[in-house]
Ligand binder design. Structure first.
Ligand code: GLU
Length: 467
């Protein structure tokens, strides 16, 4: 195992959304590429907003995508003693101090600073304070080094520098004794020996404060890679307004995990003009340095295109398993009727999602109860009756055949009766499926079975004659 250690550190305040999943993916790819370690850490210090349901939803999303972690999940809420110990360490070293300023005092000073056109930051009142008001509530502040700048070489964004004077004396422990977010992140990343922090660029402003904390504690500073945001088509940050953002919602809408993974990896990262990446190829070709600096726009059409690709090229047995819940949710049982894998084979070429495939599969499991009247009306009634009679007869005398074998039978029927293929194909398709949006007729007959096909054709004939 190489020394590379990365982590995905979601806050369990909602489901796993596509932005989080992409961050997880980039971390996972780096770990897998280097033979490193991918750690899952649940940042649940915000007890008000963190929920067990959200943790479960995040784990479920990652498992569905196949983003397997090597260590964890670790929970920050289990680490309070560790954070306390580090607060103590900083206090003892004089690198942190107790601040007794009240909220009112801070507000008043902030207002004054604003009025005088100064940047509102903590003014350091308690930095050198000698007295300790007995029993008064306090927060613990980090004594941020003054002067100079804090800089780092971001693996994606390049060098980023902040003047130290812009960095407040960060509160690391609240009056109730609980540690604050930026502090916990540093302690965990340090103790977990994280080498590379890959996260959303909404955290860029936290990084200089965190670097100061690493240095004050004598821990090595990891490398940072801040991944640009994902935007909706209107260039606003991707949100529910733009449609589904939860990974599991994509599963339920009939997307394949490999399609979403492939989509996400290309969202901000590129390798030449390549679009299709298997898991192995992603791992082989991924380079965090090739992630673009600008935000990416979420493009549902491209996701659909990739999904269609993976459905088309997918293993029918596996697709059948994945399709099953989409059929169950439609009240369809596949116990009576053609083998689902045969059905899938007839639909792979045409479906963009498993939801669409499920809709198109319905007719296989229940004979049409009505027919597309407009489509039937394109044909003369006598012609339809003749087609149904002749096809039913021919199929009855023919043996079981392959899809191609049945297609040949239909071709022969055309030749023998002087018909063109659509003159037979459309009426038969309508009889078998109720409509015209269906696979090739040879394929349908093969999947449906010869006997059921004959039954349906005779039923259509009966419908025409008003029986
Ligand atoms: N918990 C943070 C979030 O969900 C991630 C923090 C980090 O990666 O450093 O945005």
């Amino acid at each position: 195992m190489s020394a590379v250690r990365v982590r995905f550190a979601p806050s369990p305040t909602g489901y796993l959304h596509v932005g989080g999943a992409r961050t997880a993916l980039f971390n996972w790819l780096l770990a897998r590429k280097c033979g490193g370690t991918f750690i899952l850490r649940i940042e649940d210090t915000d007890v008000e907003r963190s929920t067990r349901e959200s943790v479960d939803a995040i784990l479920q999303g990652m498992e569905w995508l196949g983003l397997d972690w090597d260590e964890g999940p670790f929970y920050q809420s289990d680490n309070f003693p560790l954070y306390k110990e580090h607060v103590r360490k900083l206090l003892d070293a004089g690198k942190a101090y107790k601040c007794y300023c009240t909220a009112e005092e801070l507000d008043a000073r902030r207002e004054l600073a604003m009025k005088e056109g100064r940047k509102p930051k903590y003014d350091g009142t308690c930095r050198e304070r000698g007295d300790a008001p007995e029993g008064a509530p306090y927060v613990v502040r980090f004594r941020a080094p003054q002067g100079g700048e804090v800089a780092f070489d971001d693996l994606i964004k390049g060098r980023i520098a902040f003047p130290a004077e812009e960095l407040d004396d960060l509160i690391i422990q609240r009056t109730d004794g609980t540690p604050t977010y930026n502090f916990c992140v540093v302690i965990d990343d340090a103790v977990m020996r994280i080498t590379t922090v890959i996260r959303g660029d909404d955290h860029v402003n936290n990084t200089p404060r965190q670097i100061q904390l690493y240095q004050a504690l004598g821990y090595p500073v990891p490398q940072f890679a801040h991944v640009p945001m994902i935007l909706g088509s209107d260039k606003a940050r991707l949100s529910k307004r733009h449609g589904a953002t939860s990974v599991i919602a994509y599963r339920d809408m009939g997307y394949l995990p490999e399609a979403l993974m492939n989509y996400l990896v290309r969202l901000g990262w590129s390798h030449g003009d390549d679009e299709i990446f298997s898991r192995e190829e992603m791992i082989e070709k991924f380079d965090i340095g090739n992630v673009g600096r600008s935000a990416s726009v979420f493009n549902p059409e491209k996701l659909n295109w990739l999904n269609a690709h993976y459905i088309k090229t997918g293993d029918p047995e596996r697709l059948a398993d994945l399709l099953l819940p989409h059929l169950s949710s439609r009240g369809v049982s596949t116990l009576n009727g053609p083998r689902l894998v045969d059905v899938v084979t007839t639909l792979q070429e045409r479906a963009q999602t498993l939801e669409e495939m499920a809709d198109r599969a319905l007719f296989y499991y229940s004979a049409p109860t009505s027919y597309d009247e407009a489509a039937l009306a394109k044909f003369d009634k006598d012609h339809l009756t003749a087609v149904y009679t002749i096809v039913a007869g021919k199929l009855s005398t023919a043996g079981e055949a392959s899809a191609a074998g049945y297609d040949q039978i239909f071709k022969d029927i055309c030749t023998e009766n002087g018909w063109k293929m659509p003159q037979v194909g459309q009426p038969v398709r309508i009889a078998l499926s109720g409509g015209t949006q269906a696979p090739g007729i040879g394929e349908i007959v093969q999947a449906l079975g010869r006997d059921e096909s004959i039954r349906r054709i005779l039923a259509a004939a009966a419908f025409l004659s008003g029986e």
